[in-house]
Design a protein around this ligand. Sequence first.
Ligand SMILES: [Zn+2]
Ligand SMILES: [Zn+2]
Length: 338
Amino acid sequence: MTDETHPSGLSRRSLIAGLAAAPALTMAATPAAAQMKSTEDEEAQARAALKDAKGTKLVILGSGAGPVPGRTRRMTSHVMVSNGAAYVVDCGLGVTNQYARTGIPFGALKSIFITHHHADHNIEYGPLLIVGWIQGMPLSVRAFGPPPLKQMTDDFLRAYKTTVDFWAEDFKMKPLVSLEVKEVSGAGPVMQDENVKVSSIVVQHPPVTPALAYRFDFKDRSIAFSGDTAPLDAVATMAKGADVLVHEAMFVPAVETYIKGQIARGRPVKLEDFMAHMKADHTPVEDVGRIAQKAGVKTLVLSHLTPAIDKLTDDKWRAAAATTFKGDIVVAHDLTVL
Ligand SMILES: [Zn+2]
Ligand SMILES: [Zn+2]
């Protein structure tokens, strides 16, 4: 990641570093055994929910915001399963392990979608391809996302050619040398297959252009993803009448409290500048509710949570969204199945 400077004058690296510190503290407060148990539980629950599933299912693989490793909530990724085919949306760090933990076979993986090229959404795209291939992912897998996804795919596979070739030789596998990539730059239809019709819109996530939101219309269910964005009516229009809207969400008072604490400890940022950056790029949870209400979705899933800290309880997130949204509200956790 480059240390670009935001128009506010704040370095992006310092913004990201700021959001990184808090989760480590809350993790340390959780006994290791309890942590382990809940990890096993979430996996068993997800597998049980998927085992006898009728119709299309969505699994949240990672529900945290930002490129921060080592916390309870992993980076952003999702998988949907419909008619035995799997569709991945975003590939933050952890996507491959989390996918495996659902019990969905890699042989089912049909398409991968990237919303935008921030590390918390794309950093494990290449590893998912290679480990997935070794584990039985078909060579016909397709990828969709903003440019330069084609070049990124080709460069990655070139970088790992030796690794791929060793396995191909050893296990008599057809090597993964390339895959079909469709770059998506704007609004409109993205793809259609026997299970799903996918469309996109461009959202507001400066300086990232384009950043995309996607809508998946399966035969039995419609699922929309906001991607990372400032509050946008276009997301409500895209998600109109969908069964599920997965929307990024920011809890503004908690972000403020956190950054004030950092400033008190000598961090050289201005509260106004930091919050201006966050508001230009992300959506306060109350606005998420308003957008979901306007869209008339049945279920709102709050995910890509900022800040992704355990002490912000589900009740707090839900109550904030419920001030503006009257439907079902789900606070995403890793391996939540809907
Ligand atoms: Zn993000
Ligand atoms: Zn982003």
